[in-house]
Design a protein. Sequence first.
Length: 227
Amino acid sequence: MAQCKASWNRSWGVRNGILDLSRSPDATVTGVAATMANDSFERGSAVTEQIIMRILSIEEAADVLKTSHPKSFFEDMEWRYPDPVPSYFIPKDSGPKVGLARIIANTYLDRGPALLWITETGIYSSAEHMDLFVRYRRSYGESRSIADAPIHIFESDEDRDGFISLLCLGLFFYWDMETISLDRSLAMTISHDEWLEYRFAPGNEHVVFYFQKYFGWLASGKSGTGT
């Protein structure tokens, strides 16, 4: 299997404005956001050119990723997992879900370009309002259906809000999603069954501490349940 030769050369970082979750109804999320905002990480500045989010078909994405199929981009790796593998439960309420979407988007884009693949929709049709998704993508000039163009690539800091918005829609609508950094140092699976799992390339074991610190609030399964 292919080894990941790229490494995380940029420091973990936070952009205060994006990570201000003080309006979240969930106190745990607010505390995580405050911790992130106060940490003294230096934010990476790898991408300065303004590039708009790209929305791609499977074939287009394979061409961009220089692989036979986007699945290979995820699977042709010797991924490492934390030991033990933590159980991260997606919160049920909308406020904590927005907070989680912000943390995920920042986790990737503070490092560099990333990809979001919506792999399955329609699981709970009563939880979906597809007109919202369709009209959002039309604002980017995209008229194809999600089946025809399920992959999104974010290459610039200017894409941050778009990444957050699509993650929010996926979380609200109970969709299956896969995310990966384009240097293939980190990947996450987001399941409609309300759990999240991450994996990392060899040499990036330091992310285990990062996830313990910023995603640990998901481990209890109680955040944002409304109980």
